[in-house]
Write a protein that binds this ligand. Structure first.
Ligand code: NAG
Ligand code: NAG
Ligand code: NAG
Ligand code: NAG
Ligand code: NAG
Length: 240
């Protein structure tokens, strides 16, 4: 009686040992694509992505992404808005952004983990983006049946298709440009343009130096209002 039991147990153990690496997506299982992954190329092939590609290039995020993908330890999901998503933005939206905000906007569409379409159902919100973590830089994914929606607090978008997927990179088309709260809602003024490399955590930490530098009394009032609205917004968020 003992022998069949042992045999059965070891059979189960064998089965578990052999199956769990597949479930846990061992990086070794990724089929090597010919040459390093090139995100721009993937998006060009999809078509109707010229504005997103232009933003990726302008912010050098294409180089960053390809570099990250050259290391099989990194996994990435991209929510790529098509040209029609950009054209439905309020006019001037992109032009109003400085270089750092443009980079942040692009990074907001990139999730530093691989999400297969079935994982959307079980993913735990909120999702940290390449732009950073914290409520103003995160987004939520919700699903009903086969439809996948994304909300940022400002934008409600839907995933409209899969452009590319291997075990390391997934690229989905979304029907809207995802606008992060961090850029498009009033916030406490951050002093002076941040230094070259935008480090996500340092933003709020600096002391507000020289706000009156080039501005007069008028912009100081504007500054006060921005602070007031920022505080009011936080208060509303916490009380609801
Ligand atoms: C990626 O593909 C684009 C478009 O096909 C090309 O212009 C670019 O040189 C490629 N980048 C690399 C690093 O191969
Ligand atoms: C990819 O990584 C390898 C090994 O680290 C390196 O030799 C190669 O230059 C990298 N290629 C690109 C396109 O970054
Ligand atoms: C997803 O978005 C669509 C259209 O924007 C909407 O009809 C649907 O109710 C949303 N589903 C969820 C789960 O939010
Ligand atoms: C995202 O989900 C988290 C956790 O469920 C929630 O606290 C947060 O309010 C949601 N944010 C948005 C913008 O829906
Ligand atoms: C997004 O969806 C939520 C919940 O369905 C809704 O309350 C909110 O007004 C929508 N926001 C926009 C900008 O459409």
């Amino acid at each position: 009686m003992v022998v069949p039991f042992l045999f059965l147990s070891s059979l189960i153990l064998f089965f578990l040992l052999h199956c769990s690496p597949t479930l846990a997506q061992s990086p070794a299982a990724a089929p090597a694509p010919p040459g390093p992954t090139n995100v721009t190329k993937i998006l060009e092939k999809a078509g109707q992505m010229s504005l997103f590609i232009r933003l990726l290039k302008a912010t050098q995020e294409d180089v960053t992404l390809n570099g990250q993908l050259n290391n099989t330890d990194n996994a990435i999901t991209i929510f790529a808005p098509g040209d029609s998503a950009f054209s439905s933005l309020k006019s001037g939206t992109l032009n109003s952004l400085n270089d750092q905000e443009k980079a942040e906007l692009v990074q907001f569409h990139i999730i530093p983990q691989f999400l297969s379409s079935s994982q959307f159902q079980t993913v735990s919100n909120p999702l940290t983006t390449q732009a950073g973590s914290g409520g103003r830089l995160e987004l939520n994914v919700t699903t009903t049946g086969n439809s996948v929606n994304i909300t940022t607090g400002l934008t409600n978008a839907s995933v409209s298709g899969t452009i590319y997927t291997d075990n390391q990179l997934a690229v989905y088309q979304v029907d809207k440009v995802l606008l992060p709260l961090d850029i498009f809602t009033p916030k406490p003024p951050s002093p002076a343009p941040a230094p070259a490399k935008p480090k996500k955590t340092s933003k709020a930490a600096d002391s507000p130096d020289a706000p009156g530098d080039a501005s007069g009394a008028v912009s100081f009032t504007v500054l006060n209002n921005v602070v007031f609205f920022g505080i009011a917004l936080v208060a509303v968020m916490f009380s609801s």
